[in-house]
Design a binder for this molecule. Sequence first.
Ligand code: NDP
Length: 485
Amino acid sequence: MIYETQPTASHYVDGAYLEDTDGTPIPVIYAATGARIATVHAATPAVIDRALTAAARAQSDWARLSGRERGRVLIRAAQILRERNREMSVLETFDTGKPLQETLVADAASAADALEYFGGLAGSLTGEHIPLGGDWAYTMREPLGVCVGIGAWNYPTQIAAWKAAPALACGNAMVFKPSEVTPLCALKLAEILTEAGAPAGLFNVVQGAGEAGQALISDPRVAKVSLTGSVPTGRKVYAAAAADMKHVTMELGGKSPLLIFEDADLENAVGGAILANFYSSGQICSNGTRVFVQKSVKQAFLARLTERLKGVVMGDPLDEATNFGPMVSEAQMRIVEGYIAKGVEEGARLVTGGKRAARDGFFLAPTVFADVTDGMTIAREEIFGPVMAVLDFEDEDEAVARANATEFGLAAGVFTRDISRAHRVIGALKAGTCFINSYNDAPVEMPFGGVGMSGVGRENAKAAIEHYSQLKSVYVRMGDVEAPY
Ligand code: NDP
């Protein structure tokens, strides 16, 4: 047992914890030590059926409440999350290995923001009145029904809440499947929603790997699927949802560019590049992993970056002085090591890092490659680890063209003091989420999502409402009906 308030069973269904040991055991490994800290069981078909049945029942009652009444539950859940921030943060650290210094400010806090924001919005979700001369029409904003959320392992609390909050605000119910690598946090969110007054069955959590995800997506009771995951998984999930014309949101991977011009504030640019590559040990979908630096400032940039990386404190994630944690799993560490080896083999210059730390757990040092060229594997594929690729460029047009030469389009950033250039470059970059003189800020008020292979739809902000509701249009004739015969 991690601590006394950890989840007490594998699943959370119909307002309570549920166990079914017939499901395949899934070990929960603490990334900082490699030790097994819990075991959950994959959902059996019976568990999945119970979750979907409960969700369908809860949804019809929930949708009949006023938006304000629904919002009140979400806002209360946000308050409870904030009150229990430390407890939730410790659980997040055990689930992912991310340092407590991060989880205390980034995870339950972000989940609470989403619940509070969409709770506040719920009462203002309306249709519109459309005058048509004598006649008129109106639209009603209706929920979709039962939504399925499928999460990646890097932000288990945040991902669950970013999907649940808009879904529930719009009057839907949800069945959420966390990544099997990080199964714990979503269970606590479910528990908190119940405590906040959510009816039994409104938000359910079932465990399992891709198989459980597929079973959920293909069930006819499901109206929508929201996935956070890799592009290959996105393809499969999108295809499965298309068979029944289900709505989808796809938050997928990226290989985002960060452009640093010679007129940028160097200290801020280095800080931005650090945030864009090493926060959460680089396991962030929107990371700016292709750092294009204008040639004239490349040496100064690399020198200052190397200097600042001396401030990395790698160690026990529960020690609040630690600011750099392990990879989420041994498998992920090996994937990242493979990319580092490829970088060296293909001729990139290893500036710093590139090695495992001499300690238990899945720790990899923050790694910087310079002299990276566009064709190298480390410049083309998503690594999802602490590996920064620095590429140099001569001028703006060249940098923009090379930045856009990717199938992904999740995020992009630019550092420059030239205000016109900042907006011109951002306007030309093909990406859904952009940053000027900053990187990776994700306030709930701002839509988040990608273009191209990085995804479909948007999370957060008012934009998310469009993806969890549909319009019914009603034409109202005020006079007689004129039929031709
Ligand atoms: P995966 O794509 O491997 O898995 C994502 C989720 O999908 C997991 O819960 C997984 O289950 C499930 N899954 C896998 N196969 C299927 C299937 N055939 N049908 C239904 N569900 C399936 O991603 P990771 O968990 O490895 O996360 C890393 C990826 O997520 C990176 O590419 C990253 O860029 C992306 N990501 C995107 C974000 C965004 O907002 N755009 C944010 C965070 C991450 P299981 O793993 O248990 O087998």
